[in-house]
Design a protein around this ligand. Structure first.
Ligand SMILES: [Zn+2]
Length: 88
């Protein structure tokens, strides 16, 4: 069950996941950070997202040192359960 989020929060969360995939520009990161400073709920969201992503990465990484995008390697090696951690 999720409460309806303010648009600002929606955007911040979308950015948060992009940030974890290294897809944000510095400017976007700065915006995200300033939002997190003023929004506990998004800050918590990001902290949780970061943990889940870290676990996924740890499980998924075949140790490529020269892949430009972590997201790419995730897709490439596919069999990580995307539902992992998202279900609750
Ligand atoms: Zn927020």
């Amino acid at each position: 069950m999720e409460a309806v989020l303010p648009e600002e929060c929606e955007r911040a969360r979308a950015r948060a996941s992009q940030a974890l995939d290294c897809e944000l520009s510095q400017l976007e990161r700065a915006h995200l950070r300033s939002h997190l400073d003023s929004c506990d709920s998004c800050a918590t969201f990001l902290a949780e997202l970061r943990e889940v992503t870290h676990e996924l990465r740890a499980a998924a990484l075949p140790a490529p040192s020269d892949l430009a995008s972590p997201l790419h390697s995730l897709r490439f090696s596919h069999p990580v359960q995307e539902t992992n951690g998202r279900a609750k």
